[in-house]
Design a binder for this molecule. Structure first.
Ligand code: HEC
Ligand code: HEC
Length: 353
């Protein structure tokens, strides 16, 4: 709660600055929809019909929000064997019988451009919130009547939680885990999820809780928490500021993660990756004797600070078709430090930005 409060306040301060991005991404969801909860209500009704509601929540799939933090992502990946006949999961993967599912958590429903959805799915409003995914993967045909996804569903809550945790990981910037404290106090369920899970209270209530106006409020909360999470992970410092404050010695420690594949001394050998002496400011993909991926060669240009920072965040996202199999450095500080270290490994270090 405190954590969220802090973020909320900080989020408010930042709001002005990010409002444009914000509107770009969430604009359509911030505008209250004329048909408000209609996208949700029929589903509640369906689910209520499926089982008697014992609690105030609509009866439906067992909620998984509280399980996500502890979910087993590797196990989730293995569950996708049930999906791979129809879906690809890699970034930029082709549509099969179903759409590609990279970065689906938090994405708009039925929004993959290269896929022809059923009318039923195309007409769905909203995003793939955790709650929506949970309900859909529990019983696809029940959650979206008329969907053409002919998959029976995953009965076990744990299977859904593990799978959704894996889906969440398939993103350059994974959605925050469900968190409590949407700007508006939760309706009737307030005490229950918080008591159940103090650290990660569930607030993905769109499906679980028939709140009167969840569409707008909930998404607003979601957006706030995105900003909050972004800020918690990434204090709003520019790359130039981060580099100015960077510590090459600390960067040398971060470099340990790179050593298995790269040397950085002058004249060092290639390993799985090229030697990186004097790489900051150098041409991309230009080390003699190293066979680069087509993706890297197509990327071209120079290793500016910005590009290095982006590449080291998510190599495969920034260099499409690249072959550096390194997950990336999530912490902006680690990236700045390692870049500062690499910068020093040159006869004439590139001036800082
Ligand atoms: C037999 C093929 C098939 C299987 C198996 C299958 N799906 Fe699907 N899936 C589809 C089709 C077809 C659609 C599009 C549905 C529509 O347009 O109504 C879809 C749509 C989806 C969507 C919505 C995507 C969007 O862009 O909004 C998600 C999420 C999804 N599937 C997840 C899964 C997961 C996770 C599994 C495995 C547990 C799975 N599917 C198994 C065929 C399948
Ligand atoms: C698992 C092996 C592996 C690890 C770990 C790894 N890299 Fe790489 N790296 C590669 C490969 C392979 C390439 C060539 C990529 C291509 O051709 O697409 C590469 C390319 C690069 C390039 C571009 C080089 C050029 O000549 O244009 C940079 C910069 C880089 N890596 C930095 C790093 C840093 C910094 C780390 C650690 C934080 C790191 N790498 C960790 C394998 C690795």
């Amino acid at each position: 709660m405190d954590f969220f409060e802090v973020n909320k306040i900080a989020g408010g301060l930042l709001l002005a600055g990010v409002v444009t991005i914000f509107i770009g991404i969430f604009g359509n969801t911030l505008v209250p929809k004329h048909d408000g909860g209609h996208g949700v209500e029929p589903r509640e009704a369906d689910m209520a019909a499926a089982a008697p509601a014992a609690r105030s929540e609509p009866a439906g799939p067992e909620p998984i929000a509280g399980m996500l933090a502890e979910a087993d992502i590797a196990r989730g990946e293995s569950i996708t064997k049930k999906c791979t006949a129809c879906h690809t999961f890699d970034e930029g993967g082709a549509a099969k019988q179903g759409p590609n599912l990279y970065n689906i958590v938090g994405a708009d429903i039925a929004a993959r451009e290269d896929f022809g959805y059923s009318d039923a799915m195309a007409e769905q409003e909203g995003d793939w919130t955790y709650a929506n995914l949970n309900a859909f993967l529990h019983k696809p045909k029940k959650f979206i009547k008329g969907t053409k996804m002919t998959f029976v569903g995953l009965k076990k809550a744990r299977d859904r939680a593990d799978l959704i945790a894996y889906l969440r990981s398939l993103s350059a910037s994974p959605q925050p885990l469900p968190e409590g404290g949407a700007p508006e106090p939760e309706k009737e369920g307030e005490a229950e999820p918080k008591a159940a899970l103090p650290a990660e209270p569930d607030r993905r209530q769109a499906v679980r809780e028939p709140a009167p106006a969840p569409e707008t409020e909930d998404r607003l909360g979601w957006s706030f928490s995105l900003i909050g999470a972004a800020m918690a992970a990434e204090p709003a410092k520019s790359l130039a500021e981060r580099l100015a404050a960077a510590d090459p010695e600390a960067g040398k420690k971060v470099w340990r993660k790179c050593k298995a594949c790269h040397t950085i001394k002058k004249g060092g050998k290639k390993r799985i990756g090229p030697n990186l002496w004097n790489i900051v400011g150098a041409d991309v993909g230009a080390r003699e004797g190293f066979k680069y991926s087509k993706g890297m060669l197509a990327f071209g240009g120079q290793w500016t600070y910005e590009r290095l920072d982006a590449y080291l965040t998510k190599p495969r996202k920034v260099v499409k078709g690249g072959k550096m199999s390194f997950v990336g450095l999530k912490k902006p500080k680690d990236r700045a430090n390692v870049i500062a270290f690499m910068r020093g490994m040159a006869d004439e270090p590139l001036p800082l930005p």
